[in-house]
Design a protein around this ligand. Structure first.
Ligand SMILES: C[S@@+](CC[C@H](N)C(=O)[O-])C[C@H]1O[C@@H](n2cnc3c(N)ncnc32)[C@H](O)[C@@H]1O
Length: 443
């Protein structure tokens, strides 16, 4: 969700001149990609600047690191990992032999009439009939055989074999001693899990099986080969990194850190930063709900699961205290979160670039009644120059919904030494809104 791949060109066009115009030459140009997600924006600018990428979610940091901190020797790291995984796989085959064999027989008969429906009933019953907490009592990240995915998510988000494969590979990855290679392997595993999930939107909840097409889709997805996807992705990363090395590698060092942005903005950061790029969640949908399985796969610490009326939730979400609830995703806190980032960037003396959306950005839709002017005023309290470009976003195949939403790129220059007071009268900035020529298809 929210990945900016389709907006890389306009974002680069907005950020690159700010990096080039930096005032001090005593350090390499530095971009702080504050809510970095997959890290694609930072990676696009990485040849021009030293990128510092941060995000509150650990899985996002793994993905960003794989882009920004290339590893050498990935092929041999992969070989070592696959060998180590063998041992865990065998132990898991032994432990879960009966349910694995049952699944194998279902998939073998998938073409027979009625078989898909019968498999779905079996899988649902199997999932609700076992207790993850009991299966994992006393488990720690290094417990052998590793079983988190198989115990928590088999027949929920993954098939039995898929879950075993994810556990075996995750265990093998942890033993990799070279940190950048370990991170690349983990990034490839996150990719494989995302490809294999049988849920609809990422990991928001298991697929509802009321329609036949959903049931067919489930059976197809449960047969995706996790190990093959993992190997493919790792090899692709290896190719991308080799190409980067062939171009001479990155000129500047990059850094990735896990940080919750609003609490971080209250602390003093002394390092020079020229441009802050902030791409917050647009809506009230919390990313942690969509990606909780990836986050758990990274921590691999057998988190307590949430319950409702004494029963596990259908989505097997971690207990609430383990989930990030973003201040950008609540109408009560979103404006303060924007102000905190503006104040932080201004105090750093950096230019600030926001990605946001109209009308569906929560701040604009729910707090500013769909109006852009109060948003411009908020940015103008912290910056003397605010320029907002609106890019119409066409939803492909969405008929009349086309062009209803706009991506915003807000460029803020000339930080004020002190923010203007909140008063609506005095805080009018010199803002210009440019309609952009580009129209982007939302695939
Ligand atoms: C729209 S996504 C960023 C997408 C990214 N630019 C990309 O292209 O992949 C928003 C990101 O903000 C992160 N996030 C949300 N609230 C946060 C907070 N309070 N502190 C740090 N990160 C946060 C989410 O984990 C998510 O990765």
């Amino acid at each position: 969700m929210g990945v900016k791949t389709r907006l890389l060109e306009p974002l680069e066009a907005a950020i690159a001149p700010l990096l080039a115009a930096r005032s001090s030459r005593t350090h390499p140009p530095r971009l702080l990609d504050l809510l970095c997600g997959t890290g694609v924006v930072g990676a696009r600018l990485a040849p021009r600047a030293s990128v510092w990428a941060t995000d509150a979610q650990a899985y996002a940091c793994v993905l960003a690191r794989a882009r920004l901190q290339p590893a050498a020797g990935l092929e041999s790291a992969l070989e070592r990992c696959l060998q180590r995984a063998e041992r865990a796989r065998e132990a898991l085959f032994e432990r879960y032999g009966a349910v694995l064999e049952a699944e194998r027989r279902w998939f073998e008969r998938a073409e027979e009439p009625g078989s898909i429906d019968a498999y779905c009933r079996w899988a649902e019953q199997e999932a609700s009939g076992h207790d993850p907490a009991r299966a994992c009592a006393g488990c720690r990240p290094d417990t052998f055989p590793p079983r988190l995915v198989t115990a928590y998510y088999r027949n929920v988000y993954f098939g039995v074999r898929q879950a075993i494969e994810l556990d075996a590979l995750r265990w093998a990855i942890e033993a990799e001693s070279e940190p950048a290679a370990r991170n690349a392997l983990l990034a490839a595993l996150l990719f494989a899990a995302s490809r294999a999930t049988s849920a609809t939107a990422h990991f928001a909840q298991p697929r509802a099986l009321s329609r036949r097409s959903e049931r067919e889709r489930l059976v197809q997805r449960r047969q995706i080969d996790v190990r093959a996807r993992f190997v493919e992705r790792l090899q692709q990363l290896e190719r991308e990194q080799a190409a980067q090395r062939a171009r001479g590698g990155f000129r500047h060092p990059h850094r990735v850190e896990r940080r919750e942005v609003v609490s971080w903005t209250r602390t003093a950061v002394r390092e020079p930063v020229d441009v802050v790029y902030a791409d917050p969640p647009y809506t009230a949908d919390n990313y942690s709900r969509f990606y909780h399985v990836l986050e758990t796969l990274v921590h691999y610490d057998y988190p307590p699961l949430a319950t409702r009326a004494g029963r596990l939730t259908r989505g097997r979400y971690p207990a609430l205290e383990r989930r990030l609830r973003s201040p950008f995703s609540s109408p009560a806190t979103v404006e303060a979160a924007f102000a905190a980032v503006c104040g932080f960037a201004a105090r750093l003396g950096a230019a600030l670039v926001w990605s946001y959306a109209r009308p569906n950005g929560l701040l604009i839709r729910r707090v500013y009644d769909g109006q852009l002017a109060p948003f411009e005023r908020l940015l103008g309290r912290f910056y003397r120059e605010v320029e907002i470009t609106e890019i119409p976003l066409a939803h492909s195949g969405a008929g009349s919904r086309a062009l209803r939403t706009h991506e915003l790129i807000a460029v803020c220059r000339e930080p004020r030494s002190r923010p203007l007071p909140v008063s609506r009268k005095t805080s009018e900035p010199r803002a210009r809104t440019q309609p952009a020529a580009t129209e982007i298809a939302n695939s």
